[in-house]
Design a protein around this ligand. Structure first.
Ligand code: UDP
Length: 329
């Protein structure tokens, strides 16, 4: 099939593009390259443009017979979203409205949407299930939850079938060593730890050690980016086979504290990475762990990278060979 990947030059998007190509699908990418990298694309046809621009969307859908859409295009930093909520609502919600308008106009009926564990906020249960209460503690999660609701109504009105995938903490890199995580500035835990390991930065700051967790630092469920990609393709196939619109969690079902992640990274790299405790970061819940039973059962999802050692080893392969990321000038 021919898949439009919006935000395909981003971290998760580029691994999605690689996975689609490896499975012999045709790929069209639409990315404004604000945070994405042209050199992260291992193939496919790239359109540089913004989803909020109906003209570029019309061009993409007119020039290509798109069977389905996967949408990753969004701002995704929890801390920044607390500082700049309107940026998040404008970009993350309006872009999907324009995309859905274009899909409806061009008769495209399937979309897999990149949602997040941040839709839950401070969870009531661990592990979190899809039916649990959603009460985001930051505008990033709020923007993704709003889109999930928009998708529901667009399914009813226009028959656009969707799968929203709520990822927990995406991490790791493709085993080919050619693509990986590169944000500027970097804010995510594992790349920052590995930058401290490779000497690009001096140390890692632990954001809070007074949370209600075993060692006081935040606990997250780390899931490999290539496993996320495989779940998206399974979700698309399920929709194409007549599956109804649904929401799934994607995680490994196991939590690691910030301190534990640093320890595993020390073991994997063999480097005594320097760490220091700092203040809490705004908008961070203490613990987020997924139940992915539904995705495993209904999508037939089989995550391949379920040990944190292996996940960090793939990330280290990328970071140690690309200490400055894609280094595009
Ligand atoms: N974190 C940290 N130091 C950093 C970056 C992140 O202690 O330099 C913590 C952060 O507070 C959170 C966890 O690591 O508890 C994962 O954060 P990340 O930004 O990687 O992902 P998020 O959970 O925001 O999606």
């Amino acid at each position: 099939m021919k898949v439009l990947v919006c935000g395909g030059a981003g971290y998760i998007g580029s691994h999605m593009v690689a996975h689609l190509l490896e499975n012999n699908h045709e790929v069209v990418v639409l990315d404004n390259l604000q945070t994405g990298h042209k050199s992260s694309l291992l193939g496919g046809k790239l359109y540089v443009g913004d989803l909020r621009d109906s003209e570029i969307l019309d061009k993409v859908f007119s020039e290509n017979k798109i069977d389905a859409v996967i949408d990753f295009a969004a701002n995704s930093l929890v801390g920044e979203s607390v500082e700049k909520p309107l940026k998040y609502f404008e970009n993350n919600i309006y872009s999907v409205i324009k995309l859905l308008e274009a899909m409806n106009k061009h008769g495209v009926k399937y979309i897999v949407f990149s949602s997040t564990a941040a839709t839950y906020g401070e969870p009531e249960n661990t592990p979190i299930q899809e039916e649990d209460k959603t009460f985001p503690t930051n505008p990033y999660g709020e923007s993704k939850l709003a889109v999930e609701k928009i998708l529901k109504w667009c399914d009813r009105a226009y028959g656009i079938k969707y799968t929203a995938l709520r990822y927990f903490n995406a991490c790791g890199a493709h085993t080919n060593g050619k693509i990986g995580e590169d944000h500027s500035p970097e804010t995510h835990l594992i790349p920052i730890i590995l930058q401290a390991a490779s000497g690009v930065r001096e140390k890692i700051m632990i954001f809070g050690d007074d949370y209600n967790t075993a060692d006081g630092s935040c606990v997250r469920d780390y899931v490999h980016v290539s496993d996320l990609a495989s779940a998206h393709l399974l979700a698309l196939k399920r929709l194409q086979n007549g599956g109804d619109s649904k929401i799934y969690n994607l995680g490994n079902g196991k939590g690691f504290s910030v301190k534990e992640v640093i320890d595993v990274a020390r073991k994997v790299t063999g480097i005594d990475i320097k760490a220091e405790v700092a203040a809490r970061r705004a908008g961070d819940p203490a613990t987020l762990i997924a139940s992915s039973e539904k995705a495993i059962k209904e999508l037939g999802w089989e995550p391949k990278f379920n040990s944190l050692e292996t996940i960090i080893a793939t990330a280290w392969k990328w970071h140690s060979s690309h200490p400055h990321g894609y280094d595009e000038k």
